[in-house]
Design a protein around this ligand. Structure first.
Ligand code: SGN
Ligand code: CA
Length: 531
């Protein structure tokens, strides 16, 4: 994805690191702190995560489509990571990587559909608890077993509901909370911050939203937004996937696989809709007032859509426009609610001793390659937005360009809490980068492994390695195909160079890197994995 539209682009000033002494690791929850630590109180962690929020739709990364002033505030007062990636581009697996600091094959959660998280294993919330932190999780969890390591949690079952959502409580009860989910998760989080926690302890709260996950149902107050905005189809919307077999067989094309009723809300009697039932289940969660507003907005659009009987490129454009508008409307709630959390922290003098992290469980396709969804190691879904607002004393600002991955969050949070990072954690603490250092031995490539196949969207299993220029991917299981991209010459990954004359040296080098990464992370090449 292009970062060139960014107001925080290459020209953004990065303040030189403060004196090392002032930025020493913080034994925050322990007594006996030295006078030269930058803050007096232990650091808190507010870790906000959105589902399926991609950097193309966050204005501090890309100004073409979205306006996200509150998310951008985090970056403006802190740092924007321009090379932030996941290890396995899918919700449950991503969350397991973040909690454990380990790749999927080590934490055991390989796939949403088949895996169950072993909640007895060590996770960063458990380490933080032991270090004296009070920990809380509100929102999406998606790991099949109930959360462990939290003093307070309340989670949505599975993917959650946009309207009048259900929540599973710590006592095992499932309750319905009235309202729109993004608001409700924020209300509950602010309530815990204000009334629920022990204010004498440092805290770590995970505010984990369902928004922007499919099917992008906006809050009724935002339905009218962006209706006058048009969006040009991305250049590679009609990709023919030449030389990329796994891409050609994936079922995530906006044109062919988006459901008119479920995804695009064009509800009517239609036997061809494979997700009408799912749509109706969500719709029926609304109360009569919500439904009246929903219908008043959608009914004329539905009538107009079916009367026009659009075909071909016109239909593609229509679907894409509705997708973009719905995504933006849903995002408006998200951005507003992140703003509420920032305002709360500011009003309660908490910003100076809190690290605020905003990220997503993975990136997403906004029509690139004709797609929605994620899963592939291609840039749009391999990347994930990551911005952080830093506590007082951490004067690093602007862009952090080092390659970071979601296995790095756990060791980062441990370092904040003054906990020694256990050897079996595979990620690396980001704190040196936040102190403005550029460690010479920082990783120069990233490892990725995706397993959920056969499954929805039919993305084949694959693993790969990416350095700052090239990416090598191997699709395996019921296919044996290699792909190689030169990201400098071909940022949209349209031209598979694997096996092309002249690429022998690069291929050999990237295969070596792949082998080294698989050794380092102890993920030997196999053709089958226990799912
Ligand atoms: C649901 C969605 C899929 C999506 C997966 C995984 N289908 O199954 O489109 O890829 O979640 O998403 S839906 O009909 O239920 O909306 S993830 O972000 O949770 O991994
Ligand atoms: Ca997701």
């Amino acid at each position: 994805m292009s970062l060139s539209h960014s107001p925080l682009g290459a020209s953004a000033a990065v303040t030189p690191a403060l004196a090392l002494a002032a930025l020493a690791p913080l034994a925050s929850c322990q007594s006996g702190k030295t006078a030269d630590t930058p803050q007096e109180k232990p650091l808190n962690i507010v870790y906000i995560m959105t589902d399926d929020h991609t950097a193309q739709m966050m204005s501090c990364y890309d100004t073409r489509f979205a306006n996200t002033p509150n998310l951008d505030r985090i970056a403006a007062d802190g740092v924007r990571f321009t090379n932030s990636f996941v290890a396995n581009s899918l919700s449950g697996p991503s969350r397991a990587c973040m909690l454990t600091g380990k790749h999927s094959h080590k934490n055991g959660f390989l796939s949403n559909e088949q895996s169950v998280f072993d909640g007895t294993q060590p996770t960063f919330p458990k380490y933080l608890q032991k270090a004296g932190y009070e920990t809380a999780l509100i929102g999406k969890w998606h790991l099949e077993t109930l959360p462990t390591g939290f003093d307070k949690w309340e989670i949505v079952p599975g993917q959650g509901d946009y309207y009048n959502p259900r929540f599973i409580q710590m006592n095992g009860d499932t309750i319905v909370r009235p309202g729109y989910l993004t608001n409700v998760i924020t209300d509950m989080s602010l309530d815990w911050l204000e009334n629920g926690r022990d204010k004498n302890k440092p805290f770590c709260i995970l505010i984990h939203h369902k928004a922007q996950h499919r099917n992008w149902m906006a809050d009724t107050c935002n339905l009218e937004l962006y209706e006058d905005q048009d969006f040009e189809l991305p250049e590679n919307f009609f990709d023919n996937y030449e030389g990329r077999e796994a891409a050609s067989t994936a079922e995530m094309r906006i044109f062919d696989h988006m459901d008119n009723i479920y995804d695009l809300k064009m509800n009517r009697d239609d036997k061809t809709s494979y997700l009408k039932g799912t749509y109706e289940a969500f719709y029926s969660r609304m109360d009569s007032a919500q439904r009246a507003k929903w219908d008043a907005f959608y009914n004329p659009i539905i009538e107009d859509f079916y009367s026009k009987n659009l075909q071909g490129k016109e239909l593609a454009q229509w679907k894409y426009t509705r997708y973009m508008r719905d995504y933006l409307k849903t995002l408006k709630s998200l951005d507003d609610n992140v703003g509420r959390v920032l305002d709360y922290l500011e009003e309660n003098d908490l910003l100076d001793n809190t690290l605020v992290v905003y990220t997503s469980d993975q990136g997403f396709y906004m029509g690139e390659h004709g797609w929605f969804d994620k899963r592939f190691m291609y840039e749009e879904s391999f990347r994930t937005p990551l911005v952080m607002r830093l506590p007082a004393g951490y004067d690093r600002r602007g862009d952090v360009t080092e390659m970071v991955q979601n296995i790095d969050y756990a060791p980062t949070f441990l370092e904040i809490a003054g906990v020694e990072v256990p050897e079996d954690i595979q990620g690396v603490s980001l704190m040196p980068l936040l102190r403005g250092q550029h460690p010479e031995d920082w990783r120069d490539d990233l490892y990725y492994h995706y397993y959920e196949y056969p499954a929805e969207h039919a993305v084949k299993r694959h693993y790969g390695v990416r350095d700052d220029r090239y990416k090598l991917i191997h699709f395996y299981n019921d296919i044996d195909k290699w792909e190689l991209y030169d990201l400098q010459e071909d940022p949209h990954e349209m031209n598979n160079l694997y096996g092309k004359p002249g690429m022998e040296e690069v291929t050999a080098r990237m295969k070596e890197r792949m082998k080294a990464a698989q050794e380092k992370y102890d993920d030997p090449i196999r053709t089958t994995y226990p799912l």
